[in-house]
Design a protein around this ligand. Structure first.
Ligand SMILES: C=C(O[C@@H]1C=C(C(=O)O)C=C[C@H]1O)C(=O)O
Length: 190
C-alpha cells in the first residue's frame, strides 16, 4: 500500500477552515430534522439500508485506499498521534442512480493485524459486508457532526452536510468509519 500524503488545498490556505465537532445524537445542540436524523442514528448496516431504499441499485465506488496522516479528530478518536500514518479508505456509496454517501474509514496501522489482507483486497465490495457478517465485530456509539466541505471529493463539495462516525472493533482491529450524507439524500419517503 503506497503512502499518499496530501493536505487539501483549502486547509493549506485557511488554517482555521471548519473542523468537525462530534456529539452523540442526543447531546447535539442543533441536530438536523428527520428523516436525516433517523439515517444518522440508525445502528444497522448503511449498505443494507441504502440497498433497500434504492431498489437494490447499490454499488461502491472506490476513490482511494492508502496510508495517510491521521487528521486531528481521527487522532483523538483512535488515540494515535496527529499526522501518524493510518490506513485510510475513501468511497462513494451509490444507490438509486447517484452517489448518496461519502465514506472515509481509518485504522491505526498497529491495529490492522490479520484483517489487513482482507481490508486491502476489498476493492468495490462494501466494508459493511465484512463488518456486519462478523459476530466478533461490534459497533461503538454513533457521533454526529456537520462535515468540512474541503474534505469532500471535488464534485460533491457542499457546506453543512451531516456526517456520522463510529468505531468498529473485534478487540484488536479498530476501524473508525465516517459517513457523510450528500446533498439530496435521504429522499422523501426513505
Ligand atoms: C459500515 C458500513 O459500510 C459502508 C461501506 C464502506 C466501504 O465500503 O468503505 C464504508 C462505510 C460504510 O458506509 C455499513 O454498511 O454500515
Amino acid at each position: 500500500m503506497l503512502p499518499c500524503w496530501h493536505c487539501p488545498i483549502a486547509c493549506r490556505r485557511d488554517p482555521v477552515a471548519m473542523l468537525p465537532d462530534w456529539f452523540t445524537p442526543d447531546s447535539h445542540p442543533a441536530p438536523p430534522p428527520a428523516p436525516l436524523f433517523d439515517w444518522l442514528c440508525a445502528e444497522g448496516s448503511l449498505t443494507q439500508r441504502l440497498t433497500e431504499a434504492g431498489n437494490q441499485d447499490f454499488h461502491v465506488q472506490l476513490l482511494e485506499q492508502c496510508q495517510q496522516p491521521a487528521r486531528q479528530d481521527e487522532a483523538l478518536a483512535l488515540a494515535v498521534q496527529l499526522n501518524e500514518a493510518v490506513w485510510a479508505r475513501e468511497v462513494l456509496l451509490h444507490t438509486d442512480g447517484a452517489a448518496r454517501v461519502f465514506a472515509r474509514t481509518v485504522a491505526p496501522l498497529s491495529a490492522l493485524g490479520s484483517a489487513a489482507m482482507e481490508l486491502n483486497k476489498l476493492g468495490t465490495t462494501s466494508l459493511g459486508h465484512l463488518l456486519f457478517r462478523n459476530p466478533q465485530i461490534s459497533r461503538g456509539p454513533i457521533e454526529i457532526s456537520q462535515y468540512p466541505a474541503h474534505w469532500l471529493p471535488a464534485e460533491y463539495k457542499a457546506n453543512g452536510l451531516w456526517a456520522r462516525r463510529s468505531h468498529f472493533s473485534d478487540g484488536q482491529l479498530q476501524l473508525l468509519v465516517c459517513e457523510v450524507f450528500l446533498q439530496g439524500w435521504p429522499c422523501a419517503g426513505t
